[in-house]
Ligand binder design. Structure first.
Ligand SMILES: [Zn+2]
Length: 217
């Protein structure tokens, strides 16, 4: 039986690296796969890992139909044994449901990789649906660390160096808006305590250099 598996972890946990490794392992055994991504950090339709590995990928746009794509490909005589689905947090719940159907009805293994929660600590809708539907949800064992050394469990977004808790869920890379000044958006992983306090590495450094101890928290 084909399976739907969801690998999750914080941003620096190495999900894209594992996605590319998984593809390599299956391809090396002669299996044929398709690789998908959405809003990759470099902006192109490929998977790129922080370790420098890259691979071409198909971009999952909001109207992309996994079921139709797969049925069309199989009808044309293509062979597909597995899907690698990176940045799966950006997929819609409907797209995740289609992936489950592809696994069940077409016997294609689906390996999804994505972040669980956004910078507001809320579940991404696509990730929530994956947790609900996946045969297995695995938390990556390569643990990202907060600046304090504790396990980083939360994703923070900073704009111009200041941590923010509200805004559009999907802001990736340099999204230039023509008519408004462009904030410098970055992401950082933190432990829950420092996410709650909004204490990023930069702010912690500034606080530690301040002459008086500050009552933060
Ligand atoms: Zn911390």
């Amino acid at each position: 039986m084909a399976q739907l598996t969801f690998w999750t972890g914080t941003m620096d946990a190495g999900k894209s690296t594992l996605a590319l490794q998984t593809n390599h392992n299956h391809a090396a055994r002669g299996r044929v796969g398709r690789i998908f991504t959405s809003h990759d950090r470099t902006g192109g339709a490929h998977i790129s890992s922080r370790l420098g590995l890259t691979h071409d990928a198909l971009e999952v746009t909001p109207d992309f139909d996994f079921w139709r794509y797969t049925v069309d490909a199989l009808t044309r005589g293509s062979r597909i044994d597995y899907f690698i689905c990176d940045e799966a947090q950006f997929y819609s719940p409907e797209q995740v449901e289609a992936l489950a159907k592809v696994a069940d009805e077409l016997q294609i293994d689906v390996f999804c990789f994505g972040i669980l929660t956004d910078f507001r600590t809320r579940l991404f809708p696509g990730s929530a649906r994956l947790v609900e539907l996946a045969d297995r949800t695995e938390v990556l064992q390569v643990e990202a660390l907060c600046w304090c050394g504790k396990r980083a469990t939360h994703n923070a977004r900073t704009e111009n160096g200041v941590m923010v808790r509200e805004g559009e869920v999907v802001v990736v890379g340099d999204v230039e808006a023509a008519d408004e000044p462009h904030a410098d958006v970055a992401y950082e992983v933190l432990c829950r305590q420092h996410h709650r306090r909004g204490l990023t590495a930069a702010r912690a450094k500034a606080v530690s250099l301040a002459p008086e101890p500050l009552p933060f928290g």
